[in-house]
Design a protein around this ligand. Structure first.
Ligand SMILES: Cc1cc2nc3c(=O)[nH]c(=O)nc-3n(C[C@H](O)[C@H](O)[C@H](O)COP(=O)(O)OP(=O)(O)OC[C@H]3O[C@@H](n4cnc5c(N)ncnc54)[C@H](O)[C@@H]3O)c2cc1C
Length: 373
């Protein structure tokens, strides 16, 4: 029986709950303090993709290996359609899942609820409605994004359409980002993920709906709007005194596509491992994710530099072989990435992104959530 003081985890998102699960399973006393009344409060039942391409190991095996049970509900995606700015279609496929769809939010069948259940079963104490004003000196800090460098806005709906995965790379629909339509088992998510021009998000979303209607005959029953934001950053100093920063709070998010769940779960588990073993969290994290994270930053720079018209070239290359392998090359930390990274990092020292909104007269998800419109 562990008689030491409990370890505090601030935030019950995927990163904080991953820490709590691993710590509690190792017999540590853990208290997770969450400001909202439930898990997943900033999500709305939308589909998100747990990426499975940045490293060879399947993400579910990686999580199991780190001590996180993967009995949450997933929908593997082995193929999908990608479109360039001229509407040309590229079939992208692999024999292994490119990513796993999971639902996010406080609902019963979401990743968030499954992680909460696992943390409780492992023996962690979860305190809801407990906003932390002063983070204790040896806590794990899992508080998520602090600003909006990218936003997503869209609809969750019911449909009788067949399962599908569509993504369009067209700045007119989603500036510097992508518009996506995901359908699984009669539930759909359609959204635009944008990296600038947040003020016009409603117009972009309208365009995206019309686009997918033309392309797929989209039928949405009972569409419910949703929106959210994410932060792109260089990896921050992840150890501050005794505090360990995990997930998006540590700047861990794929800068190209805004995928942060794998980073959140892995970093949360590694922070717990560091607490248990006394190893350096920064070293564990650097060894595992630094080169992938830097590659994401370079990839975003290249994506923006290529511009709307030339992205088709990259999609065409990706559609010619096993897509998972092609994508892995993009994150492999190649000589090209190491060469470009210092320049890209220097050019974008302050922020990784165009300031997407001036917070004046704006109703983007960030401004709505922070009451500034
Ligand atoms: C619309 C949208 C779509 C996305 N799609 C994808 C996708 O397809 N694939 C992917 O991998 N990623 C996606 N992401 C990103 C992904 O959801 C995040 O990167 C991930 O949730 C980050 O996890 P986290 O634990 O670091 O932070 P969060 O999930 O933000 O959790 C942080 C928690 O800390 C709590 N908290 C904050 N401050 C305090 C405080 N002071 N005291 C107590 N509690 C506090 C918050 O309430 C929250 O519950 C998407 C994000 C959005 C918004």
């Amino acid at each position: 029986m562990d008689t030491s003081a409990p370890i505090t985890v601030v935030g019950a998102g995927p990163s904080g709950l991953a820490s709590a699960i691993v710590l509690a399973r190792a017999g540590k006393k853990v208290v997770v303090r969450e400001s909202h009344k439930s898990v997943g409060a900033r999500f709305h039942g939308d589909f998100q993709g747990l990426e499975n391409w940045s490293v060879k190991t399947d993400v579910l095996d990686e999580l199991r290996d780190l001590g996180i049970a993967t009995d949450f509900s997933v929908h593997p995606i082995l193929s999908g359609a990608a479109y360039d700015a001229d509407g040309r279609k590229y079939e992208v496929r692999d024999e292994k899942p490119l990513y796993y769809l999971v639902r996010r939010g406080p609902g019963a069948d979401t990743l968030d609820s499954a992680l909460l259940q696992a943390a409780k079963e492992a023996g962690a104490e979860i305190r809801f409605g407990d906003k932390v004003e002063r983070v204790p000196p040896d806590a794990i800090v899992a508080t998520g994004p602090r600003r909006a460098d990218a936003i997503a806005t869209g609809y969750i709906f019911e449909t009788d359409m067949a399962d599908a995965s569509h993504v369009s790379f067209d700045d007119r629909l989603a500036p510097w980002g992508y518009a996506y339509l995901l359908i699984a088992n009669g539930i759909g998510t359609l959204a635009v993920c944008m990296f600038r021009d947040f003020k016009n998000h409603a117009a972009h979303l309208k365009e995206a709906v019309a686009y997918f209607e033309r392309l797929t005959g989209l039928k949405m029953t009972d569409p419910k709007p949703f929106g959210g934001y994410g932060m792109l950053s260089h990896m921050t100093r992840v150890e501050r005194g005794g505090r360990l920063l995990v997930g998006e709070r540590a700047g861990l998010q794929d800068a190209l596509a805004g995928f942060g769940m794998r980073y959140a779960l892995v970093s949360g588990a590694l922070a717990a491992r560091a607490k248990i073993s006394g190893q350096s969290y920064a070293s564990l994290l650097n060894r595992r994710v630094r080169s992938i994270h830097r590659a994401g930053i370079v990839n975003r720079f290249v994506f923006q530099t290529l511009g709307n018209k030339r992205r088709g070239w990259a999609l065409s290359k990706l559609s010619k072989g096993a897509a998972r392998r092609g994508l892995r090359r993009l994150y492999g930390g190649s000589f090209f990435h190491s060469l470009l990274y210092p320049g890209v990092a220097w050019r974008r020292a302050a922020r990784l992104n165009h300031p997407g909104c001036d917070h004046i007269d704006c109703d983007c998800p960030w401004c709505r959530m922070h009451g500034v419109h």
